[in-house]
Design a protein. Structure first.
Lengths: 254, 312
């Protein structure tokens, strides 16, 4: 990576390792995400993808190696600074109470507020704008449990957007959606990326995710197996190695 | 819309108070209303509000619409405190009684919290399970005390069923203070409670100090419950159904939900206590029996009626 790219990297992992009670989950992982980049993270279950996202949003601290955000160590940032850098979109969120879609989006504004304050007009406007960019503004007053799962996933994308963070971290955002919403979700991401946002997407929709991404990382056993342009990632040989499947089977996926 | 709902809630509350003040075997005698019924109705309102706010807090923190002040052991702890006081010969006129009830409630909650704490985290499910265990253990202890000493046990039994009693002004003032301060604090924390109720992992990412917030909220709920138990014993069902009903009527956002729960709980218990006083006059029924008898069908009615959103 040249010096200029390093300067503009929103988030950079440098030889990052992490273990859960002695079990190594990530081993010397390096990559970076710049402004307007969409990075796909592929790999089999248990390869360290979710650990990578948890490290990226500061919920876990690296055992060795460094994570930097705009050149500054991520660990040195306050929780508030961390949340204004990166926002997280969960996979298949379950909400026991029927908040409206707007309420869900508003929650993304919470890190910006002092503990006792309620949301103000500016927060409301930002949340509505976020719903608008996700194409679900008409659903603002609907209960989050009465919309479709695709619309619910878009509402959580809106929550992440509402806080104004330049980097989105998405954990298998489309794994439970039908084709229509998979497509709608990635189209929304593409529009957001055109507007200057960056994202790290953990996904099992290899071809779909890769076609919308600028770069890709493939993890296997906690190590980086591939790090390069997304268009080069979905190759039978690589997938066979990463997922431990026969090359003929991998050829059908790629 | 929001102001309309607030006005409707206040009017309903005032109507409940009026009905409660005017009903009784002695009719509408001004002396009786002023000297006997006003403190009693006020106590019922405060107990109802305190239990309902505690229920709303716990349902939010535990992400479980079926949580209530009983499930995390608070009520049983407070009851054990009361049983201990009765065993020592201390009645509601002794300040030590309130200390034991409050200490029992807070102690049992702290025990459930501590037992549920694994590797520095207290998960909602673990807290529910620990609460059930603590609750059953303490309830058995209380029953043991009642069985061993029937002479002291029988008055305790009516307390166990939940009866709003006549009290000293000091106890009433303490309950009023705890209820008002507790409700206001919970309403201020409404935004954080919303986020917590939508999942703890997400709450961490949205900047909520999850463990500290849970400690504060559990303490608030325990304090509110213990204050209510000290005055009225174990009045069941209020903390469970009132927040549920308020959520259906006014939406799930906790800043409003906490306050509407307080209003609904106050109204509900004022009416339940009025019925307890008059239904079998001159005998008095335990208010807890009325709340359960009236509460269960009402709860089912609300469940089947659908949410406010669906009706719009």
């Amino acid at each position: 990576m040249n010096a200029r790219a390093r300067d503009t990297a929103l988030l950079e992992f440098n030889g990052v390792s992490y273990s859960y009670n002695g079990a190594r989950a990530l081993d010397g992982v390096s990559f970076s995400v710049g402004r307007g980049e969409l990075l796909s993270v592929f790999g089999p279950n248990g390869s360290g993808k979710s650990t990578l996202l948890r490290l990226a949003c500061g919920a876990l601290k690296p055992a060795t190696g460094a994570i930097t955000a705009g050149g500054r160590p991520l660990e040195g940032l306050t929780p508030r600074e961390q949340s204004s850098l990166a926002a997280y979109v969960p996979s298949e969120p379950y909400i026991p109470f029927d908040f409206t879609t707007l309420d869900i989006a508003l929650m993304g504004r919470s890190p910006l507020l002092c503990w006792w304050r309620d949301y103000g007009p500016a927060d409301r406007a930002a949340a509505l704008r976020a719903l608008e960019s996700c194409g679900i503004a008409p659903l603002a007053g609907r209960g989050i449990n009465s919309v479709s799962s695709g619309e619910r996933q878009l509402a959580f994308l809106a929550q992440a957007l509402a806080g104004g963070a330049p980097l989105l971290l998405l954990d298998e955002p489309t794994s439970h959606l039908d084709l229509k919403y998979r497509s709608a979700f990635f189209e929304t991401l593409a529009t957001l990326r055109a507007g200057g946002l960056s994202a790290i997407v953990v996904s099992h929709d290899l071809r779909l995710a890769a076609s919308y991404s600028t770069s890709a990382v493939i993890l296997a056993g906690g190590k980086v197996l591939f790090n390069g342009p997304a268009s080069d990632a979905v190759r039978p040989g690589l997938l066979a190695e990463a997922y431990g499947i026969p090359p003929e089977a991998a050829a059908r996926l790629a | 819309m929001r102001i309309g709902k607030a006005i409707a809630a206040l009017l309903a509350l005032a109507a409940c108070a009026a009905i409660a003040l005017l009903s009784g075997p002695a009719g509408a005698d001004p002396d009786i209303i002023l000297n006997i019924r006003v403190p009693r109705v006020l106590a019922a309102a405060l107990v109802g509000a305190a239990l309902s706010v505690a229920g709303a807090i716990l349902q939010g923190v535990l992400k479980n619409p079926l949580a209530d002040p009983y499930i995390i052991g608070t009520s049983s702890g407070a009851m054990a405190g009361a049983a201990g006081a009765a065993w020592l010969g201390l009645g509601p006129l002794s300040p030590l009684f309130y200390l034991l009830v409050g200490g029992g409630g807070l102690g049992a909650t702290a025990a459930a919290y501590r037992l549920a704490r694994i590797k520095g985290r207290t998960s909602g499910v673990a807290m529910l399970l620990a609460g059930v265990a603590v609750s059953s253990f303490l309830a058995a202890l209380v029953m043991l005390l009642v069985s061993l000493d029937r002479g002291r046990g029988l008055p305790l039994l009516s307390f166990l069923l939940g009866t709003v009693r006549a009290f000293e002004p000091a106890a009433l003032a303490a309950l009023a203070g705890v209820t008002l301060a507790g409700s206001a604090a919970a309403a201020l924390l409404g935004r954080q409670l919303d986020i917590l109720s939508a999942g703890e992992e997400g709450a961490v990412r949205l900047g909520v100090p999850v463990e500290r917030m849970k400690l504060v909220l559990f303490s608030l709920a325990a304090l509110l419950t213990a204050a209510a138990v000290a005055v009225a014993g174990a009045v069941g069902f209020v903390g469970l159904i009132v927040p549920h009903a308020a959520r259906r009527l006014f939406g799930p956002r906790h800043a409003g939900l906490v306050l509407y729960s307080a209003a609904c709980g106050a109204g509900f218990l004022m009416l339940a206590d009025a019925l307890a006083r008059t239904a079998a006059a001159p005998a008095e029924l335990p208010a807890g029996v009325i709340t359960a008898l009236a509460g269960a069908p009402f709860f089912l009615f609300l469940l089947r009626r659908g949410t406010a959103e669906e009706r719009r």
